[in-house]
Design a protein around this ligand. Sequence first.
Ligand code: ADP
Ligand code: TRP
Length: 332
Amino acid sequence: METVVSGIRSTGKLHLGNYFGALSNFVKMQDEYNCYFFIADLHSLTTHPTPQDLKHTVRNVVVEYLAAGIDPEKSTIYVQSDVPEVAELYLYMNMNAYLGELERSTSFKDKIRSNPNNVNAGLLTYPVLMACDILIHHGTKVPVGKDQEQHLEMTRTFANRFNHLYNVDYFKEAFAFSYSDKLVKVPGLSGQGKMGKSNGEADCIYLSDKPEVIRKKIMRAVSDSGPTEPNQAKPESIQNLFDLMKVVSSDDTISHFEELYNKCEIRYGDFKKQLAEDMVIATEPVRSRIEAIEQDDAYIQKVLRLGAEKAEASARKTIKEVRKIIGLKRLY
Ligand code: ADP
Ligand code: TRP
């Protein structure tokens, strides 16, 4: 059976982009594959969270994984830092990751542009740690959104380079995976680009947002004054709202509003109201489970203890084999 590995950084609450881009695929995959899903707390250290914030956000993500339907009996759910073997593999893999290729990574370039005062080495080697998360369990399928594709290409490069350097056929190639034919990109509410927490609170609908908050955010989403000519091309902000509708509404609803748009009869107030209601309905099951699981400390602890044990057993085996391949052998 093929192995699936994926993680989400523990930088706060999960939004609809995380859900439809990653989490909903995690849930489906657990019935078909051997799955490892983790909370990437080590990756989140690049932005220097306080210890309290870190603890809080890790717990949030665990709760939201479980609320979304990841079943700890079927999948291994764990916190990245509970498996320190990954940090050891990261050290080895850093030795053959080259400065030039790391500097060329789009996510690194984005980060230095948005945060010029915190260009740390962890940010530069972020793709190496991500590769190690996958390689430590010999993952071949990685459910992620479109923005992570380049990281997977780098993961394949590092795996192949290791194999070549030591003349082994040890690490496998991993590929991005999605059940839909294209990797999903959920747009944000601010009128441009993908939904992302770095674009601010108003850009994101969070899985834990209450219905009234969802309604308010949608009604305030950026739009324009409406089409003036039949079948006019949609500006990005309007296309984004239609794309969001494709994620949560029925085909009939979408074609109804497409038609109104094309006839210049669309009223954005009605359009947004419908979008908000469909979004409230689509997120309801997850939201109510978040509220229940959040209270259950004993359950969360049990899940993470079991997950850490399973993930560590797999990681320990890999590290033992990697040390042997590299030639690290105790002389006593
Ligand atoms: P953010 O962009 O809010 O910082 P992350 O980078 O932590 O979110 O993303 C976690 C996972 O969710 C990744 O697999 C990523 O590809 C996916 N993801 C994030 N935002 C979106 C989006 N708007 N559309 C589709 N997938 C997304
Ligand atoms: N880089 C991913 C993100 O920003 C999170 C991540 C870390 C990850 N390690 C991973 C995803 C391993 C898949 C596999 O969302």
